[in-house]
Structures are given as C-alpha cells and as structure tokens.
Design a protein around this ligand. Structure first.
Ligand SMILES: [Zn+2]
Ligand SMILES: [Zn+2]
Length: 247
C-alpha cells in the first residue's frame, strides 16, 4: 500500500541524499512508498561508501568503537554505566559528522529518514530482542526546540518506533542547558547533568526502555537520562541507541 502521507510530506521536505545533498529521484523513492525501503531510496550509492558503519570492534556497553581486541571503550572502562547495553550505528567522523551537523543545526530534518532506516536495518533485530515497552528520545530544552523547530532525537526515536513497532514515548524533559565543558572530568560532567533532566510525570513501574540520541561522545547525557528512568521511574531496564559515536 502506498503511504500517501509520506508522499505529501515529501513535497514539503523532498528526500535528499544526506551526504551530498542531491534530491533522490522519484523512481528511487518508490520502494519506500511501497513499504520496501532500501539504502538507494535514501542515499546515493557513492555516498554510502563514504559512511563508516560501526561493526566488529564495538563496546559491549555503549556501542561506541573500541580499540581492536577490547570489549569496552575507554569511557566505559573508566566510569560505571547504569544502562544495560547499547548500540551505535555510525562512526562520528568525516561525512557522518557533516551530516549530523546539518541534521542538528541547519534544519535538515529530512535526514531523519535515512538515519532511522539505517538504525532500524542495523539494530532492528537487537531492538526486537529487548522486549521493550517504549522508545524514549533524549529531550532538548524547550527554548532550543522552539528555535530549531524540532528535537532531532525525537525525530530519530519516532522513525525507529515506526520501523520496529515499539511505541515512542516522549516522557523526559530537559530543565536546563548545561555547559558540557570538556575541561570538566567525566565524573564532574555526570554530576553537572544531575537535575538537567526530569520525568514529565509519573510512569508505571517495571518498564523496559530504549533511550535514543543523535550523537554519543562520553555518554553522560544518556547516562543521566537512564538514571532518571531507573531510579525515579523504577524502570526494569534501560538500553541506549545513538546514531553516531566518537570524539
Ligand atoms: Zn549522495
Ligand atoms: Zn562504551
């Protein structure tokens, strides 16, 4: 069945290759409209080769890239994580970095189409295996959301929810923008983010969540949100998914 809502959205936000910016020809978009997306519906073939998908040497806790032979990344070796596990889709370098900057800061909300497809294709079976109750986006401050027009993590969470059939629940809020100063040590950065987030309201106990964010660097943002769901929300387990990870 054709997705007419999608076709209309495409008139407003035509799908473009998130790497080179060329509009994807209508003939290539057809499989997507018919519910059979593939990489060529979102991305030029040469551009796909410019992205580095994470596989092999990845941290078993947060999903970020590790040094060969290591099971944990440098950060997870140093600090305890309260989330149960995580995955990350792309290395945050080269064109992936440009793509994420445009997605986040230049209004390229349509890039979410490719990003959520890549996440669902690479992590969909893992997501299904977690028996989740909901997918939860990392919130941004309301002022920032107003200025940007969207929360990039919410667009990602919504797309992944659509592909996997797990509902998206926007249950967290961001109370303040914190200065994620690189000079602060990791432990101080975790402390710095306490009170930055809160639950929008009470949530049922014993639920299983997947937190979604666009970029993971040290993971302190995801850690703070996971703490909140586990200790205030009495969640059973929290997992994390980031679209990109790296320094
Ligand atoms: Zn391209
Ligand atoms: Zn890690």
């Amino acid at each position: 069945m054709k997705d007419y809502k999608k076709i209309i959205t495409d008139i407003i936000y035509p799908p473009v290759c998130p790497v080179c910016g060329d509009v994807i020809p209508i003939a290539k978009r057809k499989p997507w409209y018919e519910g059979k997306p593939c990489y060529s519906t979102f991305l030029c073939a040469p551009c796909k080769g410019n992205l580095r998908f994470l596989e092999g040497n990845v941290c078993e806790k947060c999903g970020a890239e590790t040094s060969p032979g290591k099971t944990l990344c440098n950060v997870c070796e140093e600090v305890a994580r309260c989330f149960a596990g995580g995955k990350s889709i792309l290395a945050y370098d080269g064109v992936a970095r440009q793509m994420m900057m445009a997605f986040k800061y230049s209004g390229k909300r349509e890039y979410a189409d490719f990003l959520t497809y890549a996440a669902a294709e690479r992590a969909g079976s893992w997501i299904q295996s977690l028996h989740l109750d909901a997918i939860v986006p990392v919130p941004i401050h309301p002022e920032k959301r107003k200025a940007r027009g969207y929360n990039q993590a919410e667009l990602l969470a919504q797309g992944i929810a659509t592909y996997t059939g797990v509902p998206m629940r926007d249950i967290l809020k961001r109370n303040k923008e914190t200065n994620a100063s690189k000079e602060l040590g990791l432990h101080s950065r975790v402390f710095n983010l306490r009170d930055a987030f809160s639950l929008k309201g009470p949530i049922p106990k014993g639920k299983r969540f997947l937190l979604v964010d666009d970029i993971l660097t040290t993971g302190v943002t995801l850690e703070s949100c996971a703490e909140l769901l586990l200790y205030e929300g009495n969640a059973d387990a929290v997992y994390v998914l980031s679209l990109c990870s790296g320094k």
